[in-house]
Write a protein of this length. Structure first.
Length: 147
């Protein structure tokens, strides 16, 4: 399941090359520390889809690098994945050297602290921390994540 998750995100959110210019309307900033180094990205998507009960957040920075995550069976403010284990969460990070890192299950813990908007324009906000792993086994530690 974890490999399938990474595969889907790689093709859905692959980073553009340095020659490509990305113009994206901002919807906020996602910040985190990766192995103690500050990372900031512009959020291009922050969506709570009530039809599928998912929260999806995607961000890019100028390097270009990307980070995003999905929480399935999203039920509102609280911690994810839930203690019942029914929520699948997953994250991806594409570094500027095109190395792809993924996390599934409880490798990253999310705390959704607020929801803004209504109807089809609901957004989630909160914090996260945990680890991401590349296919070659390199591990990144994520701390102080905010969306």
């Amino acid at each position: 399941m974890k490999n399938l998750f990474c595969f889907v995100f790689v093709f859905a959110f692959i980073s553009c090359g340095k020659d490509d210019e990305i113009t994206i309307p901002g919807t906020g900033t996602l910040t985190m520390k990766i192995n103690g180094v500050q990372w900031n990205g512009n959020i291009i998507n922050n969506l709570i889809d009530e039809n599928t009960d998912n929260l999806a957040v995607q961000s890019f920075n100028a390097d270009p690098e990307s980070f995003g995550f999905v929480i399935e069976d999203f039920t509102g403010i609280g911690n994810y994945p839930t203690s019942q284990g029914s929520n699948f969460t997953g994250a991806f990070y594409t570094r500027k050297d095109k190395v792809i890192f993924c996390a599934g299950g409880s490798e990253i813990i999310y705390k959704v602290t607020s929801i803004e908007g209504s109807g089809t324009s609901k957004k989630g906000h909160g914090t996260f921390s945990g680890t991401l792993k590349s296919t070659s086994g390199e591990v990144l530690t994520i701390t102080e994540g905010k969306f």
